[in-house]
Design a protein around this ligand. Structure first.
Ligand code: G4F
Length: 333
């Protein structure tokens, strides 16, 4: 029997990689997508991976329970992956209520739709290492206490605990993946790795003269999104639902990540990097470092891609993308 998966946030970085991974496994893949007047733009990641015709798109919104009930009724999924969120930390201070409605309460809406219509469906919640915030242990594992530092992290913490609660209250197969930062050429331009690789590519091609960043002393545990979506699927293949940290176990400063990107194109970072105080956050998560031992032991999962390989892949992709745009612009002049 062909398995059916429903992915909220299928047009995002993780949604696109997960859809590709599940299609390769023979799944029928459905995506719940918030209606937008920009859909031709919104599905660009599915197009990049060449799977836009293979994913069945449904119109739904995480803040509208009735739309989720309709989609779950139509799809009758075996597995539901809740990846949709207002996921940019910096925006969460400017739109805290929207962030709470989507990133926190939206999780309950998805869980309710499943509980009412297809209670045997397996559920994955995209939890976040941002929940550790002001870290309480040097390496963060499933048992490390949380201390969120942004409206986004507070909302994610709600989503995490409501997932645990539905598992314990209703016996649902609901798992939460506490994913540390994960990036790729499909990462949104607002996140620091992609901002850096796009910026370096622009400087290399003569399209920009500088790169402005905020707190480059922050440290993150960065892995590749393509590796991380596999852990999501592995969680839902377990007999018993549970929570898992997904990380590389290595932490690096934004400064050093940036240096790797400049080194890829043979340029000196110090000539182009400008620190902009406006890009600092009201409260910062200074350092994150994951302990992925449980995921490795129980799921057999391990991060495969090094930070250097990932940043090189991203810089190369941004150079290719921008060079192609330049060719089109010149041809139409
Ligand atoms: O790339 P970031 O915006 O990612 P952040 O805030 O760590 O959150 C990401 O990872 C989380 C998992 O831990 C996800 F839950 C979340 O949805 C998102 O995917 O920023 C990383 C660090 C921060 O410390 C930030 O202050 O980079 C620092 N930074 C310095 N200059 C910058 C910049 N971040 C951005 N976005 N832009 C800058 O110019």
């Amino acid at each position: 029997m062909t398995k059916r998966a429903l992915i909220t946030g299928v047009t995002g970085q993780d949604g696109a990689y997960l859809a590709q991974f599940l299609l390769k496994k023979g799944y029928e893949v459905h995506g719940a997508v918030r209606r937008s007047s920009h859909f031709g733009v919104a599905d660009h990641r599915l197009r990049w991976l060449g799977i836009q015709r293979d994913v069945k798109i449904h119109d739904a919104n995480l803040s509208d329970l009735s739309s989720l009930i309709r989609v779950v009724t139509e799809v009758q999924p075996d597995e539901v992956y809740n990846l949709a969120a207002q996921s940019f930390v910096a925006t969460s201070w400017r739109q805290p209520i929207l962030t709470a409605n989507i990133t926190a309460v939206g999780v309950t809406n998805v869980l309710e739709a499943i509980r009412l219509i297809k209670p045997d469906a397996r559920f994955y919640q995209a939890s976040s290492s941002e929940m550790y915030g002001l870290i309480q242990q040097e390496r963060q594992s499933e048992s490390t206490p949380f201390y969120p530092r942004s409206p986004y992290a507070v909302a994610k913490l709600y989503g995490h605990w409501i997932t645990v609660n539905y598992r314990e209250s209703f016996g649902m197969h609901a798992s939460s993946g506490i994913l540390f930062n994960h990036e790729s050429p499909l990462r949104g331009i607002e996140f620091v790795t992609r901002k850096v690789t796009d910026g370096v590519a622009r400087i290399k091609l003569g399209l920009a003269k500088e790169l402005r960043l905020g707190n480059i002393d922050a440290k993150r545990d960065w892995g590749h999104a393509r590796d991380y979506v596999q852990a999501m699927w592995m969680m839902l293949q377990q007999d018993v639902p549970d929570d898992y940290v997904v990380a590389t176990g290595i932490t690096t400063t934004v400064r050093d990540m940036c240096r790797i990107a400049f080194e890829r194109v043979g340029m000196d970072m110090d000539k182009y990097l400008i620190i902009d105080p406006d890009l600092f956050r009201p409260s910062e998560v200074d350092v994150l470092l994951g302990e992925p031992a449980k995921a490795q032991k129980v799921l057999g999962w391990k991060a495969e891609t090094s930070l250097v390989d990932m940043i090189n892949e991203m810089v190369d992709a941004d150079i290719a993308r921008l060079a192609a745009l330049q060719v089109v612009a010149e041809a139409t002049m």
